[in-house]
Design a protein around this ligand. Structure first.
Ligand code: AR6
Length: 179
């Protein structure tokens, strides 16, 4: 196996609900207030319970591209890493760099907290409108680069809510496989 293949082996694609994942941390696609919202953010807050919102209130928000960590409360995952993706505004407003920063900063926090497994939703591809193919490529490239340089985070899951997003990830990770 080549080095790249070994790194790819530390990534899995999963189609379903991220709130069910029994990993060390799930990542939340939040907004700058960190006070909840719709989409995956709403699902995470309702599954975690009101204690999550109470802890989020203490964090005083989060800038786009950055990440903050809380406990997971009633979730199977003991930690939630909250990151804020960019709103898609046509692609000329630094969206790609900001989206990549979400993945890198989330994984840096995971490393700092000695977390071995992390599950990501497709950040920015819902309410924030980021085109799914471009977002999937940024997610895969950024996570591969991080994992290659940081052995302590052992496993990353890309959690797709829909089949199309799962297919995009699989195509990027296993381009030789028919999908
Ligand atoms: N598990 C996994 N993925 C999910 C789930 C789930 N339970 N629910 C939705 N998705 P979005 P954004 C997928 O809109 O675009 C919130 O209101 C969904 O299909 O949740 O970053 C925040 O408070 C999509 O692929 O996040 C912000 O205001 C992906 O998760 C804003 O939305 C992200 O969609 C953030 O928008």
């Amino acid at each position: 196996m080549t080095g790249v293949d070994k790194t790819k082996a530390r990534i899995s694609v999963y189609q379903g609900d991220i709130t069910k994942m029994g990993v060390d941390a799930i990542v939340n696609a939040a907004n700058p207030s960190l006070l909840g919202g719709g989409g995956v953010d709403g699902a995470i807050h309702s599954a975690a319970g009101p204690e999550l919102l109470a802890e989020c209130r203490l964090l005083h928000g989060c800038a786009v591209g950055e990440a903050k960590i809380t406990a997971g409360y009633r979730l199977p995952a003991p930690f939630v890493i909250h990151t804020v993706g960019p709103i898609w505004r046509g692609g000329q407003h630094d969206e790609a760099a900001k989206l990549a920063a979400c993945y890198t900063n989330s994984l840096l926090l995971a490393e700092q907290f000695k977390l071995r497994s992390v599950a990501f939703p497709a950040i920015s591809t819902g309410v924030y409108g980021y085109p799914r193919p471009q977002a999937a490529r940024i997610a895969v490239d950024t996570v591969l680069a991080f994992l290659a340089a940081h052995p302590s985070v052992n496993k990353v899951y890309f959690v797709a809510f829909d089949a199309e997003t799962a297919r995009l990830y699989r195509q990027l990770l296993e381009p030789e496989q028919p999908v």
